[in-house]
Design a protein around this ligand. Sequence first.
Ligand code: PAF
Length: 293
Amino acid sequence: MKVISSITELQHELANFDKEQVALVPTMGCLHEGHISLIQKAKRLADIVVVSIYVNPLQFGANEDLDNYPRTLEADIVACENEGVDFIFHPQNLYPEHGIQVGLHVDSLSQGLCGASRQGHFDGVVTVVNILFNIVQPQLAIFGEKDFQQLTIIQRMASDLHMPVEVIGAETVREEDGLAKSSRNTYLNAEQRTQAREISIALSLMQQAVAESLSLEDTLEIALAHLKKFGIQAEYLEICYTDSLQPAQSLDTDKPLRALIAAKVGSTRLIDNMPLCPTSAAKPNPEDNPLCA
Ligand code: PAF
């Protein structure tokens, strides 16, 4: 495995691979089991795996603490080495010295959910991912479903802009009690850690309610009441169409749906999501609708 910070050096190395499939796993470092599962998926699907580690200033808001974002390069290098990663790309800076003049903008897909409280965040994400795609020119790129809005937006970027890369989602990795793995879980104390699992339980309750043909309103109410019972205030709790991320009007639909939650536990903001399968969308063959499998 090579750890490379220079763009030209990385491109020089990658020029040696002509027929091989290259997969990129973009990260901001502080790698945990969720990232490892992305790397493992990349290893299964491609010949060469590049993991980028870059804390992207463009996706942090003025009130978000870029300087305190955890940086654990030494441990990240060991984790990547153990997984058989070929290259770590760890640039010092990806932007011109006096700031970037031209970036990408996301329209309505970025306006709800996490985008509502993080103005400009997804513009920063797509701009840096576009830069990384241009540098690495991967055939595949892997992103976690845990950041479902991010995954949807990046898939849409690749399709809207005809990028020659397949953007692949990887299932959320969970703790035994269901809590989605996240670097932020380390900020939780023991009591908050117990409380935090109720977010995934609320999502499972929504899956159950939908499978039992309850209405949209009742399904949302069950999850809200559950979070409230455990003292968790949701920043958002929504059922959205998977493609547009617009709030669903009804559960009587054959469009794929997703339940999504963001909530603060103590001062730690956690997000999670799960697919929903209304009975009206159930197909005799689950392969026709993998979200309902
Ligand atoms: O999910 C992340 O860690 C970041 O948003 C990403 C995709 C690496 C872009 O900086």
